[in-house]
Design a protein around this ligand. Structure first.
Ligand code: NAG
Ligand code: NAG
Ligand code: NAG
Ligand code: NAG
Length: 390
């Protein structure tokens, strides 16, 4: 008997190993892992185990071959035969490195939609790790707080794919994602709220911009009004870096109208009520002498649209060239560009340029703005599609 103990001890010496399951490349603070002490030859019930752990107080299961932990540091184990007391050597240390709980980044594509479009949400966790499932939420405006998050399609199990397609997106809406893995589920932080914007009419919530154009002089103040199925509104802006704030930070909200302080700044503006988000407008402000006058809302196919060119003095320029995607258009007449029946092919970046310089003015070329063209709204059963989002 003695001899056979000795024999087992001899083969298993140094072959004990602490392995961690699941073998994910990153372990996060708060996440629970299981370490197993493995003995290659056998390792049956005649063995018990000893652990060296980074938390000296409470190794949860000091004699078992498995232990769970969420503490970073070095783990090693050794095996001992229950009756004989022969032991293996300590295994090589297995180092558990925990990282801070990650915040995923949500991207939405495209970020501007027309009724009926599909939108793809993508949730990425950096550095990429294994075993995640992804959870998708709509951000519902909560006027006293920021947003509450509602699981899309009531899906509590999440998706294996890191992307999610929204079919038939009609209105402006915010989305959030997070990832989770393990049992019980360990969740990452929530991503920031990302918006899918729609410029189109939403009768339950609409934004009106005054003066009624996309481009403004940087010294102008703006009046932004919310209308629709609510008495209480919040006016939101996402600036060029994506930072979101409401009117109370940069303007004066009176009833459902926000008047900006003297200088408005570029950004995407939209209204939110407790249940709805309005059309959004990508407003830009300019310090030059000339701006393009173009519509705030998308133009419906078949309708007409007129673009103009305005001086800082608010005079309309009447000797003007118009450009679409940097190409000179032949048909600007009397300071205006009239497109009598727009089609999808008229969509693009437009700008205007005064042909001769009034005294004292130098920059006679405006910045460009996107002219958006929408198909006829009624052809999309928006109510049905909206329900499928919830
Ligand atoms: C709303 O969000 C802002 C920015 O993330 C944060 O500073 C603020 O505390 C939030 N307010 C509430 C009531 O959660
Ligand atoms: C949740 O998502 C999974 C995977 O995409 C799908 O199989 C399941 O049917 C969904 N459950 C619900 C309630 O939508
Ligand atoms: C406005 O709200 C009422 C009551 O909640 C609802 O019946 C009506 O359909 C809503 N109108 C729109 C345009 O959403
Ligand atoms: C808003 O318009 C400007 C100028 O056309 C453009 O550079 C910017 O990317 C637009 N912003 C968004 C969020 O679409």
């Amino acid at each position: 008997v003695k001899c056979s103990h000795y024999f087992i001890n001899l083969i298993t010496i140094n072959s004990v190993q602490a392995v961690v399951k699941p073998n994910w490349p990153e372990i996060y603070s708060g996440e629970t892992i299981t370490l197993t002490c493995g003995i290659e030859e056998g390792g049956g019930s005649e063995w018990e185990y000893e652990w060296r752990t980074p938390d000296y107080y409470t190794p949860p299961n000091p004699r078992g071959s498995m232990m769970t932990s969420s503490v970073r540091g070095d783990y090693s184990c050794k095996g001992r035969l229950k009756d004989g007391g022969s032991t293996t050597e300590w295994s090589d240390a297995f180092t558990v490195k925990t990282s801070d709980v990650p915040q995923p980044v949500l991207t939405v594509s495209p970020s501007w939609t027309s009724p009926g479009d599909s939108v793809t949400l993508t949730c990425s966790v950096e550095p990429p790790s294994a075993g995640w499932r992804f959870f998708w939420y709509q951000a519902v405006p909560e006027l006293s707080l920021n947003y509450t998050y509602e699981l899309l399609a009531g899906n509590t199990t999440g998706t294996e794919q890191d992307s999610y397609i929204l079919h038939g997106q009609t209105h402006t809406a915010g989305y959030v994602c997070r990832a989770g893995r393990g049992d019980p589920v360990f969740y990452t932080l929530y991503s920031d709220v990302m918006f899918v914007w729609s410029g189109g009419v939403n009768p339950a919530a609409s934004l009106t911009v005054s003066p009624h154009r996309l481009q403004h002089f940087s010294t102008e103040s703006l009046s932004l009004s919310c209308e629709g199925n609510s008495t209480e509104w919040r006016l939101m802006k996402a600036d060029e870096s994506g930072f979101m704030s409401s009117c109370s930070y940069w303007g004066q909200m009176t009833g459902s109208t926000c008047n900006t302080d003297t200088r408005a700044s570029s950004g995407v503006y939209w209204c939110e009520s407790a249940t709805q988000s309005s059309n959004a407008a990508n407003i830009t402000t300019h310090s030059g002498d000339v701006i393009l006058v173009s519509p705030v809302r998308p133009v419906t196919e078949g309708h007409s649209v007129t673009l103009g060119c305005m001086l800082r003095t608010k005079e309309h320029l009447d000797n003007v060239d118009f450009y679409k995607n940097d190409k000179l258009l032949p048909n600007g007449v009397g300071g205006e560009l009239l497109i009598s029946a727009v089609t999808k092919s008229d969509e693009g970046f437009y700008k205007c340029r005064g042909r001769n310089s009034p005294p004292g003015l130098e920059t006679l070329t405006s910045a460009e703005s996107w002219l958006s063209v929408e198909r006829e709204y009624e052809s999309f059963p928006s109510d049905i599609r909206l329900i499928s989002l919830k």
